[in-house]
Design a protein around this ligand. Sequence first.
Ligand code: HBI
Ligand code: FE
Length: 333
Amino acid sequence: ETKTTKVLVLDEKDVVWFPRHLSELDLIANRTLDAGADLESDHPGFNDQVYRQRRAELATVAQEYVWDQPIPRIDYTKDEVDTWGAVWDRMEDLLDKHACAEYKKSFVSMKEHCGYGRERIPQQQDITDYLLTKTGFRMRPVAGLLSSRDFLNGLAFRTFFSTQYIRHHSMPLYTPEPDICHELLGHAPMFADQDFADFSQEIGLASLGASDEDVQQLAWCYWHSVEFGLCREGNENKAYGAGLLSSFGELEYACADYRPAGGTEDRPEIKPWDPAVAGKQEFPITTYQPIYFLADSLNDAKSKMRAFTESLQKPFMSRYNENDNSIWIDRPV
Ligand code: HBI
Ligand code: FE
């Protein structure tokens, strides 16, 4: 079905350019919002010249990456592995308690198959090899934050733009930006689940050539699901969002069903997962979330997302052809 070729006569003025083949991610991968390694003055590593030099080095690795090449292996230093181990040690038990079943299943498997462990930082190529066999997802190095549009466009190609640097060792439980602890502990295991992989790609496909308003709605949906989503398991709320799965404080805050003795402690609000609501729900980026969205299951999250993306106004629909890594476009309505 995806092999059919159709001639498209889209008026170019109506639709912004978007990547149509996996190789074209090379054209957006380096459009980072900052230079990738420029640290803000309040960054924990701002005054550490060794750290800054390392960040510059890893930014270069990402910038030089070409889509069909093996992902360069990073020789992580003892300091870096220690930081990883410190995060690992704080997260392991909590993940067992609060991560969704799909996450836990992948996590066990990734310890066996792609080098997950407290003593060693997994490599993006090994994770990619694993994910490709499970769901066809892949990682691709990136130097820093991309625009929402560029970042989400990658998901259409079942590609997750992932940083390769680690947070500063002085504050192992804090990072102001994505780092490997967040990408590899929070995101990567989820992409081994078929429903979650499809869900993520659904957001990505909808972002291709979308209007700025729709891209923002999709980015906000992404935030309230891929980053901070909860799903129901029996009578418990479990985490599937990477922002929770990589933050020991917020994971407990979002999932623990504790009733403080005094009864005064603020508890977050839980809303049922609905992309039309999540896409318009503002959120803070420097504090715990005041609102979490709860899906019945990952499959339910996916079907609601699909229904929502179909309701968006776009002059075409797109599919990804995994055989030749290209986007196939149809023009209904
Ligand atoms: N860029 N590299 C990178 N990593 C992210 O996780 C990321 C991003 N850009 C935007 C973004 N996340 C989200 O906040 C949404 O805007 C999609
Ligand atoms: Fe993230």
